[in-house]
Design a protein around this ligand. Structure first.
Ligand SMILES: [Zn+2]
Length: 345
């Protein structure tokens, strides 16, 4: 809560006038902790709204640097950040501290994995998904269900997006809904694009549910899986329902993504400036279809065995068996980023 002598004592006045939150909800929010996984398009909106609303603590987790192609929708970053190639976690923390110095903001430049999930997610009241791939979402889901921590799922590509607020033991989970396959194929914002409005809408819905939960308004939670397409003007919501009796996660308490000793993507160095990334589960790549998607990004060569994408200084060779070689790349974080961007997860 604001100190009465602070020039910012009215900071939360409009939010407190909103009856379901009120002064009690505001005070409660100031004691709460959240982790945001991914500080891209969703993550910048999520973190901005939660920090402005007055959450007590927020951890910003991202492995990436800011690039010019982010500026169209990643609302915390500016041209200088992109030119300086600042890590997203650090740049967003700096901006958000200037917005609200009362919130404790922690920046982590990291790739969320089974090894660091306890350290990064184990001490928060809520995990918020701002990631761009299902590998991370299944890890979050397994961790959340195992530890009993609610998590907010959000995803947006093209002009459509999906969100749900999962409460372990209360609602179904990601595995209850989609099994272990995840929804969709390999479409990502980097292959089929995305417009900013759908990102803001999905992130705003995520924050709305977060605020309900963190201010003690559980009865107001939507408990639905909501899908919106702002271009086709469609809105669809289905009830999450209770945890499924056959769910390996909720019912059988099996959490494979937490037990995995090696990461789902195995990264190894193959000589100077060449890195191999191999997916744990063999992706069902149709190299011809993948080639069509990648055409806008550079020269593509494809045959029945492999696909090669030439990005200029960097080249990617994709094999039918799920391996990809990144040439001209000398750090494994960059290789994983390129994998997620062009080959999807
Ligand atoms: Zn489940």
């Amino acid at each position: 809560m604001e100190n009465p002598s602070s020039p910012f004592q009215d900071r939360y006045s409009r939010q407190q006038l909103f009856t379901p939150i009120g002064p009690d909800g505001q005070a409660r929010l100031a004691t709460k902790r959240a982790a945001i996984v991914g500080l891209g398009a969703l993550g910048t909106v999520l973190s901005t709204q939660l920090v402005r609303a007055g959450i007590g603590f927020i951890r910003l987790i991202d492995r990436d640097i800011i690039e010019p192609s982010n500026l169209q929708r990643q609302t915390l970053y500016d041209e200088r950040d992109a030119l300086e190639k600042l890590p997203k976690a650090l740049a967003s923390a700096t901006k958000l501290r200037a917005v609200n110095s009362e919130v404790t903001i922690e920046a982590k430049i990291a790739d969320l994995t089974s090894r660091n999930s306890q350290e990064l997610l184990g001490d928060v009241d809520l995990i918020v998904d701002g990631s761009d791939n299902f590998q991370v979402r299944y890890l979050i889901n397994d961790f959340a269900v195992q530890k009993g921590i609610p998590w907010s799922y959000g995803g947006a590509v093209s002009s459509y997006g999906t969100t749900a607020f999962f409460e372990p033991n209360q609602t179904s989970c990601l595995v209850c809904l989609f099994g272990d396959e995840g929804e969709g194929g390999h479409d990502t914002c980097d292959t089929i694009g995305v417009i900013a409005p759908i990102v803001s809408i999905i992130a705003s819905l995520q924050v709305t549910e977060a605020l309900k939960y963190l201010t003690g308004n559980d009865q107001a939670l939507s408990r639905q899986l909501t899908t919106i397409d702002v271009w086709k003007n469609t809105y669809r919501a289905i009830a999450l329902g209770a945890p499924k009796e056959e769910c390996r996660c909720c019912a059988h308490r099996q959490f494979p993504s937490l037990q995995r000793r090696t990461e789902a993507l195995t990264v190894s160095f193959c000589g100077r400036k060449t890195i191999q990334v191999k997916a744990d589960k063999r992706p069902s790549w149709d190299l011809q279809a993948l080639a069509q998607k990648l055409l806008p990004f550079g020269n593509v060569l494809v045959n029945e065995h492999l696909l090669r994408l030439d990005l200029g200084e960097e080249q990617i060779t994709v094999f039918q068996d799920g391996r990809a070689l990144f040439h001209g790349v000398d750090d494994h974080v960059r290789a994983r980023t390129l994998y997620a961007r062009y080959l999807g997860m």
